[in-house]
Structure formats: structure tokens, C-alpha cells
Design a binder for this molecule. Sequence first.
Ligand SMILES: [Zn+2]
Length: 398
Amino acid sequence: MIHAIRTPSGQRRFDINSYVPGTKPNRKTKASSKNVKTTDDESTLRQIAKGVVQYAQQILLQKLFPYPPALQLGVEKLQAFCVMQNKTQPQGVPDFLSNWGELPIKDWTIEINSPEEWKDVRFIEDQKPSGFCIELDGSYINEADRIQNEVMEEVFKKSAENPSLYVEFRRLLVTHPVITKGDLDVKSVLELKPLQKVLEDSYEEAPVSYKKQGKFYCCGYCGGLMHRTADNQLKCENKHCNKQRKESVPFECDKDDEVLWLKKGLRYFVHRPGCAELRIEKRMKELELEVTLYPDCDKYDLHIVFPDKTVWAVDVKFWESAYNLAHSVNEPIPKLPHQPYNEAFFVFADEIKEYGDEYIQEFINHCPVQFKKSQVMFEDTFIQEVEKKLIRCQSLTI
Ligand SMILES: [Zn+2]
């Protein structure tokens, strides 16, 4: 039993002197104790991730206190782990946020039972929740799912005769992660009228704190809104964009117009992979292949038809953690009844190509759906496979 003490600031601390080894919760009594412990550690990390993400949202609203309960409780559990292992504990939430959270988990000095891949990840990067943290928390993906479902509902209700509406909606989100209220109004009236309400719900006011000298800037690579780091540098929320070393672009708009950006779930789970999806679409068109984005209202991402009528289906993913991604996939890519695919592929955006073969293997190992190694690859390998297949088609017709 460890006694908790409360510090003057209201922080709970665990008193290491009150810990008597052997009296910890009866973990050792069951044969399955290892599994129980794994779940425990993993669920604590999940809780911390949830807390960090909630706190980041709170900060955008300039509301520093109180800390979200998930963050408080998660850090307290972490403190308890430290005490049980007789190691230095984080001195409460502020210490976790400014020190522990920025370190890879393997440097926490305590033993944490978690997937191997998690040992190198951090919860916080550039004072923001890392991609790993966002994926572990899951609330972004829930938000993206909710908005997607609403779009579907509207599309089915109001425009069954216009299936391209869904595609145009997704394309707009990918090509316009930042938009003025005026432009959004025009688009929603002229091009996407049935989806006007969902469109409004997809964007929110861009955070004023992201302005530099009174101006918003967009990432020269992905077009996303740039934020300012502690040393006043502009940085894209997607850390992989920095490697591209593209000049940031000032966002020009009318002084009185409101600047909007995509809601967090859509930025992460629609815009990020969407850039790769549109890149692949563009390349397929250059190769004069028949390509459809998000066929049958998003059964998968790209439907490609070769001259010999072979059909390839592609799902594009852009996740930091192959382990977390693997656990989010629970069924094989579905077939379109009217034009079933011959081959299906899982393609990872080139931005994370440096994660290499290990990432692919980690995904295959942990995914409950069985994939062959030849079905899972990075974007550039996929493009090469398409080109090879196309050459085979052409040599047959000569
Ligand atoms: Zn970017």
C-alpha cells in the first residue's frame, strides 16, 4: 500500500516511505499476472495520452487550469509505478508536461510493459501532443468518424443521384486545410450545397496564437496552418513536413474575413493521408489509368483499373505508430459489388518512408487481418508496382 500525500498546490504525491514491498495489489497470485500488468501499463499510457490531448485543446482556449482529470490521474498512476519500482517519479503534471512527456518512454527509467515500438516514442513534441499521443488517445479519429458519418447521411439523404458529392467534399478538405469564412461560404453554396451544414461543422476558427506579426502562415508542403514554437519559429503541425524544407506561405485574406482551419480530427485523419491519396491519384492520371477516389462512398481510398481490366484497391494510411494502426484495422478492404478488385493494397504515405521495413513488419505482425507482405508497402514502392503492372499490360497488347 502506498500512501498518497497532497502537496500545497493540490498535487497528489506518493510517499515512497509508505510503500511496503509485497503488499502491492495481488498481481503475483494469478498465472496471467503478466497480461494483467501489460493492460495496466498500457491503459495508464492511454489515459495520459487522452489527458495530454485534452490539455492541448484547453491551452488553445487559453484555459490553463484545472488539468483534465485524465491527465491528473494518468500521471498519478505513473507516479505509483515509479514508487513501486523505487525510481524517481515525475513531480506532478507540470513536471510530466515539461520533462517526462518530451522524453522517449525508454528514457523514463522505469519498466513499462508496452509494445516494443512504443519505447522510442514521446508524448509531447514541440509543446504539442505527438502523433503517437494523438493516435493512442483516439478522440481525433472519433471526431473524424463522426463528421464523415454525417456527410454520408446527408449525401444519401439529399443527393443519391450525385455520388461525386462525397468525393468533392473530401477533396476540398485535403486541398483547403485553411480557408476564409467567405471562401467556404461560396464553395458551400456553389459546389456543395447539400453539405453546407456539415462543411460548417468541419472547420473552426484558426487559433489567434498561431499568428506571426499579425499574419497566419501555411506549410509550403502540405498547406496546413503553421504554429509558432517557443523560440518563435513557424512549424507545421505535421512534423514530417519539416524535412521537406519548404518555405512557409503567408495566408492572404481580406482583413475582415475570418480564417478557419479544419477541426483536429479531420486535420490528422483526413488531411494528412489525403495529401498522399491525391498524389497517387495524380500519378495514376499521368499514367492514363482509370482511377476513382473513395469509391462507393469511401469503401476504400483509390480504385484503379488497368487496361487489361485488372482492378487494384488501395487504402492509404499515415500513422506514426504501426502498432496502433494495426489495431485500428479490423476487416479486409471490402469489395465493390459491381467491380470487385483483384488485388488490394495497404499503402503508407511516403512522408514516413524512413520508418522502413520494420514499420511494415510491425503492422503485419499486429494486425488482426492477415496481409501478405506483397500487399503492404510505402507509396513510392506502390507507384513502382503500378508502373511494372502497366508495362506488363502494354507488352501483352503489342
Ligand atoms: Zn505541413
